[in-house]
Ligand binder design. Sequence first.
Ligand SMILES: *[C@@H]1O[C@H](CO)[C@@H](O)[C@H](O)[C@H]1NC(C)=O
Ligand SMILES: *[C@@H]1O[C@H](CO)[C@@H](O)[C@H](O)[C@H]1NC(C)=O
Ligand SMILES: *[C@@H]1O[C@H](CO)[C@@H](O)[C@H](O)[C@H]1NC(C)=O
Ligand SMILES: *[C@@H]1O[C@H](CO)[C@@H](O)[C@H](O)[C@H]1NC(C)=O
Ligand SMILES: *[C@@H]1O[C@H](CO)[C@@H](O)[C@H](O)[C@H]1NC(C)=O
Ligand SMILES: *[C@@H]1O[C@H](CO)[C@@H](O)[C@H](O)[C@H]1NC(C)=O
Ligand SMILES: *[C@@H]1O[C@H](CO)[C@@H](O)[C@H](O)[C@H]1NC(C)=O
Length: 496
Amino acid sequence: MQKSITSNCLGQLPFAILISFALLISTLLCFDYSIFFHNPNSIFTFLLTKQETPFVILSDTTRLTKKIPDSDPCTGKYIYIQELPSRFNYDFIKNCEVLTEGSDRQPNMCPFLENYGFGLEVENSKGALSNSSWYCTHQFTLEVIFHNRMKTYKCLTNDSSLASAIFVPFYAGLDISRFMFGKLNETVKDSVGKDLAEWLSRKSEWKTMWGRDHFLVSGRIAWSYRRKIDNMSQWGSNFRFLPESINMSMLAVEASSWNNDIAVPYPTPFHPSKDSQILLWLRKIRRPKRPYLFTFIGAPRPQLDDSMRGKIINHCRGSRFCKFLDCSQGDNCYNPNNFMKVFQSCVFCLQPPGDSHTRKSIFDAILAGCIPVFFDAGSAYTQYLWHLPMNRTKYSVYIPVRDVKEWNPNIEKILLGFSEHEVLAMREEVIKLIPKIIYADPSSKLEIFEDAFDIAVNGMLEKVERVRELIKNGSDPSIGFADVDPYRYSFSDDQS
Ligand SMILES: *[C@@H]1O[C@H](CO)[C@@H](O)[C@H](O)[C@H]1NC(C)=O
Ligand SMILES: *[C@@H]1O[C@H](CO)[C@@H](O)[C@H](O)[C@H]1NC(C)=O
Ligand SMILES: *[C@@H]1O[C@H](CO)[C@@H](O)[C@H](O)[C@H]1NC(C)=O
Ligand SMILES: *[C@@H]1O[C@H](CO)[C@@H](O)[C@H](O)[C@H]1NC(C)=O
Ligand SMILES: *[C@@H]1O[C@H](CO)[C@@H](O)[C@H](O)[C@H]1NC(C)=O
Ligand SMILES: *[C@@H]1O[C@H](CO)[C@@H](O)[C@H](O)[C@H]1NC(C)=O
Ligand SMILES: *[C@@H]1O[C@H](CO)[C@@H](O)[C@H](O)[C@H]1NC(C)=O
């Protein structure tokens, strides 16, 4: 399979589009790395064949009888992929021209779905990356990445009765990406999700646990499927409020307030296929001198000067210790050559909430060994419980902002207060996190490291196992399963 290597993730972007981009950005639902892709260019033609790779089932599962021997390393780990009609996944990719990522400008999402959902491969043009396995990865393609990775999961089974969990490869985020803007009737917006829920509940696999062993993955934030009001102007679908969907769990790049939504890391641009590539990267990232104390990488929101983001940008611009990289310029925040170079040259990386609590940038910063600075507990601490350490002071700085209007950023002073020894200890913790927050290339296998996929799958298997125990014990599995916790992301200033 030939990969197209690119040096500019945005292609030939006309200047006029950039200007309108800057003007539009405050009103659009585009997250920090929203991609305005001007293109259709033949070299970006989507390589469909890769998506059509048949499920790879490891041969050692063929010899299994119903009774799994205790010595089987896959005991308790078998996953069954529910094979769906293509209208629930591959057709969205085939018709990628109609997908938008959160703007009314119809950026071309097709290139971002190439290479297992990693996007186009980029060359290391500024020395800020390593030599291979770097891509223009879009923030919203995790469902495609995860599905491709699942196809080479070591404990797949074709026999659903052996499976500990059922993976449902519905591309829920791509589904709603067809209707990001424009007033559309809910019946149309919600129809594919509704169809999927009904389709699943008719399958024999459903009956075993009424869907409580089923899980989905979403490349968009979980709020996207929690639309409560039926109003043509309301964004998102009602998918997660459907009775069948309530019985399932969803992994998403940001969780909602409901307990059956669980957060997993956004995809970063690094997708190594070998442990050695990770080791090389960790060595590189320990080395560079970091001339700046801190950075903010993001797009200004022109109408929101009084927002946390506006204040942070002003503070950064006014500090000689801070490097600001403006995401509304060129492909600064699309091309890893640009943002990884900045993250690497800074000790701390500011991560205020974006249009939602979380940002892809958090994981890109960690990947560069930059210590994240959070302002909202919902940006990471209460989200990525499986992937980030409990003790947040070890790897991050927390500057709680109770009232943005009253807030006077004194970030520079706070960060200058850390000793060199403390900084080194924190950076070492951040570097240790790197393998856990990347999604490895499914075409080969890591031996030493567990990546974000492995951790997410283990977490899900344990979660389903707890529900199975409850059912065995005669308890009602629905208790707490899909409850809403309105305080899940509420302000927390406890410094422990
Ligand atoms: C699973 O099913 C697929 C498709 O029918 C088949 O190609 C594959 O060999 C099966 N694998 C096992 C382990 O039974
Ligand atoms: C990376 O590529 C450069 C330029 O081709 C080469 O000089 C260097 O040795 C390569 N590094 C590694 C670790 O392969
Ligand atoms: C939505 O659109 C469908 C198909 O065009 C139509 O049948 C239905 O009546 C519409 N519903 C509403 C509430 O407008
Ligand atoms: C739907 O949204 C429009 C525009 O925001 C608003 O004017 C209208 O009152 C809403 N209708 C309902 C039923 O909520
Ligand atoms: C959801 O699970 C409960 C059991 O926990 C079951 O009674 C209910 O029928 C399930 N809902 C659907 C739509 O299958
Ligand atoms: C958290 O980490 C900090 C810094 O390493 C340490 O001082 C503190 O004791 C830890 N707290 C807990 C509860 O482990
Ligand atoms: C189920 O019951 C067993 C034995 O009474 C107990 O050890 C276990 O903790 C229970 N599991 C759950 C999930 O309640």
